[in-house]
Every structure is written in structure tokens, then in C-alpha cells.
Ligand binder design. Sequence first.
Ligand code: MSP
Length: 547
Amino acid sequence: MIGSLGGVTDAQASAKPFYLSTPIYYVNDVPHIGHAYTTVAGDVLTRWHRQRGEAAWFLTGTDEHGEKVLRSAQANGVSPQEWADRLVEESWRPVWKSLDIANDDFIRTTEPRHIQRVQTFISRLHDLGDVYEGSYEGPYCVDCEEFKVPGELLDGEGEFAGALLCPIHHRPVEMLAEQNYFFRMSAFADRLLAHYEAHPEFVQPESARNEVLSFVRQGLQDLSISRSTFDWGIPIPWDSKHVLYVWVDALLNYITALGYGSDDPAEVATFEAVWPADVHLVGKDILRFHAVIWPAMLLAAGLPLPRTVFAHGWLLVGGEKMSKSKLTGIAPSQITDHFGSDAFRYYFLRAIQFGQDGSFSWEDMGARYTSELANGLGNLAARVTAMTERYFGGVLPAATDAGPAEQVVADVADRIVTAADAAVLALDFSTGLATIWELVGALNGYLSEQQPWKVAKAIDDDPAARARVATILYTAAEGLRVLAVVLNPVTPRAAANLWVALGAQPALGALAGQPLTEAGRWGQLPPGVTVTKGESLFPRLDDAEPA
Ligand code: MSP
């Protein structure tokens, strides 16, 4: 599968690509905007690294085994494989396409490549003595696919009176009593604690790190890693009456997709070149799986640990995690059909501090769309390109009269590129976008002060007025060039349209090839290029909410 690691130069070819993963999503149901939030954040971050000129590898996929998927297939009267195939092809792949997700690979846990490599991994742990046979008795939440600790459960009320409830799903847990295989996870607690200590960046943000530290400091129990009461899973290679616990199966996707355990040496070489992951992006609901179980599994197998597990917050509805099981899921298409994919990508990363919970509201989405995208950026681009067409026949003039006001704009451009870069690399997307919008604001303020439409009244008679209008329009267009480059990872459609409208290609080459770190260097857009008004980047919309 590995083909294009981007337009890598020779110097970068030897560097390890930036490797980012999303969780692989359960195919028990269709995607909602909570899932899309994670994948969009991952896409923006990998595109950002690519725009910096780095090689990057972005993985997403689907988690298809386990009881949760099995039960939804049964409820719909089809086999689990048919159910998974249908959801992947009709819902999951299309939703990523509609959001312009540029993943390099898409792994499904029912693919032979995954199944074979998972069996290789688990046999290795068995051979090393870290897997043993035992019996499990205790509560299990099928919605979480998780063995629960009795102390964390809630007492049911109303229709669930007398039952113990999962604290996340507020639905009764099931009591299991099974002969299972166990992973000797307890043996890794000290090594995990030492790793957290030595690598403060391993679990982020700080709140997530604290949660993991206090959990592991209490000591770890061994983990049941097989189930024997149903067969929708990967058979345990040495005992096919058992299937592997779905979370162990799923976590391994991050290495099986790269080629770990493959028979093909070229794929193993890819694994060695790309692993470890730089960022595993996850929602905070699945933090412990990624920051405790997963590194313990890797330690047992003698593999390097990922650099960072970053847990973002939840999209809330009525104060609770948006979820399909609670019927609060909003389909991404409800938003993209009305506002477009760029607006979706922009809005969630701008409006919610990454790492914290946030509530979605149509009012806020509509308000930000109008003020920041349509009136802020879209109107700016429309005014600058239209005036260049009107006063200079669409030929970008030179800034022959640049003075202090122009220097201020150039300085803002330079500063925001560096500051936005630092923020986004630290996964602080909202600060990154707010910083970029300082340039949008500076350019709009500059135009309001300079009033080129007024100066232009004397353009035919007064060479000084002509030079002034030329300078203003060049300055604004050059500012828009900077915006096109830094926004390409975030709003790729609008950035591409802007690049065309500015006539930047062919003069400067493809937008994807503009190094982000140099975007703030002033004066790159050459005078003489053809500027066209083109279509509106973010058309004004009448209603905030779809009819
Ligand atoms: N299949 C597991 C993950 C296995 S990864 C080895 C799983 N799947 S899931 O379909 O339930 O998706 C969970 C992820 O979707 C969350 O971790 C988060 O990234 C995203 N979200 C699901 N609901 C969400 C919200 N309401 N808000 C934000 N993100 C949400 O767990």
C-alpha cells in the first residue's frame, strides 16, 4: 500500500515520516460528527506537516470484530462480514471523502493482512510467557467492549433499577464468567511508570497524563485477552475455541497496517522506517487503552513505544457525550451539505480548545461561518481580486509606494506564520487558527484604513494615486498568498481557489509545494500575474441551520 510519502526530497527521504493515526472506528453504526472531529484533526495535522515539507503517513480505518458489531449485524439480519462491508463502503469511506480526508491507508481489521499479523504478534507474546490461561469473572460493557472494575459502575434507576450501569453509556453491564487467556499486564506497571516519568510528552494533554499516572500508580491487573462465548474475531492461533479480545485485535492495527509481522521483507522494512507513531489521536474515552494497555503490549513484544498519545475532549449534546446509542449523533453531512467541508474542518478546530469538551450548536457554527469565513476571509479575497480586475485589468501591480503601513502588514504575516506553526505542532488548533485570523483582521483593517476605492477615483489622472492603489492591492494580495499557504492544511478547497484567484500558479508552482515555514517571507507573489475574482470562497448563507 505504501506508495506516496509526499513530494519528499533526497535530504528528507531518510528522515522518519511523521506518522499519525486515528482510532479505528466501530462499524456497528454510521459515523457522526464526534468521529469526524478526530479524523479531521488528524488530517489537518498531517497536512500541516506535509506543508512544512516533511514526509507524513496518515492512517485511519475500521474496527470490525467483537460483540458490539456482531450484535448490530444480527439485529439487522445479516452476517457480521456483510454488515461491516456495507457500512465501510456506504458510510465510512464516503464520509471521509466528503470531508477531504487525505489518509494514506485505510485498515479494516477483517483484512487477511491484519489477521495474519495479529496472530504473529499474539503467538510471540504467548511464546515469551506473557500470555497464560485463566478464568474471568466480572462485569463487561459491550458498548465500550471493556472489562469493568465493579467500583466504577453506577447504580441503575428507573427502567434499570437494580442493575449496574456503565458510567459512560448509562446502560447495564453484563456479567461474564469465562475461561480466557490473560496478558500478564501487571508485570509492566513499573516500566510504564518509568516511561511516563522519562517522557512527559507521552500522554497529552496534562489532564490526560494525570489520569493515566494515578490509574497506573494503583497497580495493574492482568488483562483478559480472549473470549470464547462467540466467534466473531481473530482465532487464538494455538486454541481456536477462543477469539482474541477485540481491543487487542484493534490496537494492533497501528503496526499491522505498516507491515509488522508481514512475510514480505519490503513491508517489514516499511514498518521499521515508519514506526513508532508520532501521534495516536484518540478521544478521552479510549485513553487508557492507548496509554496503558497498548504500550504494555509493545513493551512485552520488545517494540518501540509511540511518541505521544493525545486525548481530545468530547463533543457534547445536552451536557453528555454525543453518541449514536443515545440517539444524539449528528451526521457530518448535515453540516457539510449546508456549510461545506472546509467550514466543518475549520469550525470544530477553531471553536473548541483541543483537549477539552465542547458543545456543538448550529447558532455558533452559523455565527462563526458568517463572521470569520464569509465576511472575514471570503469578502477580503473577493474585494482584493475584484479591485485588481477593475483598476488593473486583472494584472497584479507592483508595490512601488510601500511605507510603514505596508511594513506593519508584512510584519504581522511573518509573525503569525511562526506563531501558528508552533501552536499547530503542539496540537493547539484553536490558537493556531485564531493566530492566522489575526492576519485576516490586519488585512481587512488595512483596507478600511487605506480605502483603495477612494484613492482610485484619481487613478487615471494622478500617477501618485495609481502607485498608491497598486501598492495597497499588491500588499493585500501578498497577504492573501500567505493565507492560502497556511490554510491549505485546514481549508484545502478555499486555499486552492484562492491560489488560482491570485494567479500564483504557475509563477510560484503548486500550492502543496510551498513550504509553510517560509510562507511569511514577504514579496513572493510576482507582480504581473493574472488575478481573477473567481467564485466566492465562502458564500454568504441565509440560514444558520439546514431547513
Ligand atoms: N473501535 C474503538 C477504537 C479502537 S482504536 C484501536 C472505538 N471506536 S468508536 O467508533 O467508538 O470511536 C471512538 C472514537 O470516536 C473516540 O475515541 C473519539 O475519537 C471519537 N468520538 C466518538 N464520539 C465522540 C464524541 N462525542 N466527541 C468526540 N469524539 C468522539 O472506540
